[in-house]
Design a protein. Sequence first.
Lengths: 386, 397
Amino acid sequence: MSNSLLQVIRWELSQLMKQRSLFLLVFIYPLLFIFLFIYMYHAGVITQVPIAVVDQDTSKSSRTLIQQVAASPQLLVAERYQDLSAAKHALIKGDVYAVLFIQPEFEKNLIAGHQPEVVAFYNNQYMSAGTIIFRAMSSALKTANSQIVLQGLLEKGVALPVAQSQMQTVPTSLHPLYNPTLNYLYTLISGLIPTILQIIIMMAMVTSVTRDRFAATGYQPILQLANHNIFTFLLGRITPYFIYFLLCLFLFDTVLIAYFDLPLKGHLALLILGDIGFILTSCLYGIFFGLTGSTLAQAYGSASLVASPGFGFTGLIFPRIAMNTFASIWGALIPVTWYIQIRLDQTLRAPNIMTSLEPFIYLLIQFSIISLLITLHLRKIRRRLI
Amino acid sequence: MIKSLLLISYDELKRIFQTKAIVSVMFVGIFLYFFFYPQPYLHEAIRDVPIAVIDQDNTNYSRELVRQIDANKSVKIDLHIADLQTAQRLIEERKIYGVVLIPYRFQQHILEGKTSPVSYYGDASYILIYSNVATAINTVASNFGAKISISRKIAQGVDPAVATNNVSPFSTQLISLFNPQSGYATYIIPAAFVLILYQTLLIGSMLCSLFSKNSDVELAFIHKANYSATSSALLLLSGKLLTYSILYIIYFIIYTVFANYWYDLPRLSHLFTSLWFIIPFIFSTALLGKVFSHFVHTVSDVFCVIIPTSMLIFFVTGLSWPRELMPSLFHIIGYIFPAVPAITGSVKINQMGANFAEFSQQYWHLWLLTVIYFGMAFILENRHIQKMRMTKIKENS
């Protein structure tokens, strides 16, 4: 058994080395994407989104207001325009993401107590930037508002502590749990890399399985190497890929933990168990598509139909609780959905053991069903060959 | 000349629809993804996120605040609990996504004219859910507070209009453009659909080249004596581009015009403008496929190399992390792949109603890519034809 297993592994490795595109896919792509995405998001949080200002009042008050907005770390006043149409042009062109518009006679109306209006337009087509602008802009404008009120009260001779207590009657103190800096690296990228890895794993396994399936000799030589043992056949196939992809995940976690201070509040053992379960299940999914697709292109097509749009269904972009029934069921069928939950649990959240085990159970169900299907299918093939 | 062009074009069209592998990418895939891809985003917004309340005060004011929070469309108050430990356990189990804490003496502090803060503890391992709920609660609480301040002033005998003005000296309006309801479908679909067109066209164009190696029409054309290698290569490339253009213009109309009606997305452009923009996108993508196809040998190669790159291209367009803030390496990636300017430009045209001056940068970028990739594809094709002719001559002699 162990001898034949070694032979299958050696055979698979030699095939892997021979095919240049598979080599690129398996060995280069994972490292390349880990590097690129960490590099893209290395800052973790979005700051200094460029915005434009149209100040038609040009008074002391309007300048103070602009300064207050510019002081927000999320915003950067990049452009100034005389009129709205030039600003709109820049907004659509993509030079700026928002326009702060201060109307003429702002100061005059402010002093007269006529409650002038300040308008900010922001580009919400790119929603991630849009959300940040909305939050930063509204809090900056609110601060500016209360500064004016405070100033007024102080001028009336109200003592500072009394004045401050009158500023906001019901303030909210916000406590983001688990991820206090709202860092994208810890959530989005920590889930995105496994999603891409899942695509790579499935593509690699489809390539590996279809290679002998559509060869002239069919499954015969490799099944012979495996002594017609289905378990040896599968294990030998998966092992080389499994080891390398596991190393990639270790590398990814090491970088996040060591250089980007990703907390590891749960159990390292559970995280590693999750890594193993995720890679194995994804490999089996790939093998399943490779075995069942009626043509080569169909095998790849169905694998990429499951893996490629995966990141939408996993809840990384749009949360799973808000999806329609179809999307949430489909998401539950994809290995990476549960693996992302394991990652969040074991790195950021550290829940109790029962909650930690929940995604493992789903992953185990996927694993069992897909291995059952594959075994049945391979048995049928073996029967035909013997 | 025209006749040969149409002949090549027709041969390519036949190949697309008669080869199982290509038809599944360039026809079946297109329709499948149209319905399948948008599924997760169809509910557009995050509504009714379950949260809990710890009301330690239990007075008229605190109950009123709870009612107002519950009335907000983003949240749903699922249960009242007694302490933060219970809340923590429920958050860990993902039963709730946050908890509002109204402290003891909430009402008393308000009546005494003091500040009376409330707290929100939310699960920020889901940043989007957290931000949404936090914004909602912040808004509700500050409106609640403002109303109290105003009524307090009015009770002191201040004129209602003046009282309002005293609380906020200027009013603010934040206007969300192009995606007023902050919908996820509006955010993702227009960009993702162009990416799907790009991927299928790129893969399809490469597959066509692989499968055309033993096509009779093409072989006959390569060995036709009355054409030079140069003009054969030119004719072959242009004929194929014609086929792809016709197909993908139809697909593009489905994926932008029809999709916007089907999925109720905002739409601000004229069809003519977007078609005008999309031509260089189709050309450059198909030609990039032709360039790549000289370096791959099997169907497996095509899928292995191309499929995993889609996510990178999607993020390089600046969808999630603003492009201005990315390191310059990603700008270079964005210069190479036609999908990046195409997504940026098409979203500007269709979603934001851009005029030519506003999308011209992307438009000329795509034409530049077309010229470059045409040059490369032409040189490679030319060399290929010459090689084929040489081998044929050798065989004959």
